[in-house]
Write a protein that binds this ligand. Structure first.
Ligand SMILES: C[S@@+](CC[C@H](N)C(=O)[O-])C[C@H]1O[C@@H](n2cnc3c(N)ncnc32)[C@H](O)[C@@H]1O
Length: 260
């Protein structure tokens, strides 16, 4: 039922809700909270096989520089364990290992994305786990570092994911989030909007065979809190020394914090 609702473009059946049902956003639409997770899973089911190719095409490879910036800021060490949430096809995990990091657990809600990651062939040092950012199947205070790249925007209750990040980190552990954010220069913002809403969905349709998935991407970015609001949410979850670095004029941002 859910699948046909998405394909049909979120018909009235989906929008029907009783007043007591809490709602949230899925792109620009309001949906019952209980449905968002399945809708997100469907998006990544649909694009998994073309996900890596699409990242390179739509960012002209720049996503690799942003991920490198995340790893550079993290400064991996052989004795550092990492939990990478929403790790998908493993980009962050692979880079962490390449830069000398220790064992990584990649957690993702989507089995298809994890499968694609495993197919990339680097298996030593990585445990792939199907799980939800809001209820991580990870022990308390067990990780030296927690990363989440381009995932938290998709999570239904961002506060729960941040609370989970704090829970699984050891005292002294490092939190790093890479996410699309809010463009700081008005001229760039205009160009970026044109690109996001005119080019991206067409590319998604042609390359990944799913226009709506990339329309959702553009919309979900606009619904995500700006740099300062998200920094305040991280601090609100009990993480300390929150710092922000804008990447490519705020198209993406890195948020760093520590569990003390
Ligand atoms: C845009 S991809 C990012 C993948 C990878 N981190 C990267 O940067 O290439 C977002 C990933 O987050 C996962 N995801 C979405 N919601 C999630 C949740 N609640 N818990 C865990 N993973 C989730 C999706 O399945 C998808 O693999």
């Amino acid at each position: 039922m859910l699948v046909s609702t998405r394909v049909l473009g979120y018909g009235p059946a989906m929008m029907a809700k009783t007043p007591e049902q809490p709602t949230t956003h899925f792109g620009f639409r309001d949906v019952p909270e209980a449905e968002k997770e399945s809708l997100v899973r469907e998006v990544f089911d649909s694009v998994a096989s073309r996900y890596d190719l699409m990242n390179d095409l739509m960012s002209l490879g720049v996503h690799r520089l942003w991920k490198n910036a995340m790893i550079d800021w993290l400064r991996p060490r052989a004795d550092m364990t990492l939990v990478d949430v929403g790790g998908g096809t493993g980009d962050i995990a692979f880079k962490f290992l390449e830069h000398g990091g220790g064992p990584v657990t990649v957690v993702d809600i989507n089995a298809e994305m994890l499968e694609r990651g495993r197919d990339r062939g680097i298996l030593d040092g990585i445990t792939w786990v199907n799980g939800d950012a809001e209820k991580l199947p990870i022990d308390d205070m067990s990780a030296d570092a927690f990363t989440i790249a381009f995932c938290i925007r998709n999570v239904t209750h961002i506060e729960n994911a941040l609370a989970e990040a704090r829970r699984v980190l050891k005292p002294g552990g490092r939190f790093l989030c890479l996410e699309f954010s809010h463009v700081t220069a008005p001229m760039l913002a205009k160009l970026y909007d044109t690109y996001s809403f005119n080019v991206l969905p067409v590319l998604g349709a042609r390359v990944a065979g799913d226009r709506e998935a990339y329309q959702y991407l553009a919309e979900s970015i606009r619904r995500f809190p700006d740099q300062q609001t998200f920094a305040d949410m991280i601090a609100g979850a009990g993480l300390a020394s929150v710092k922000v670095r804008n990447l490519s004029g705020g198209i993406a941002a890195l948020h760093s914090a520590w569990r003390v």
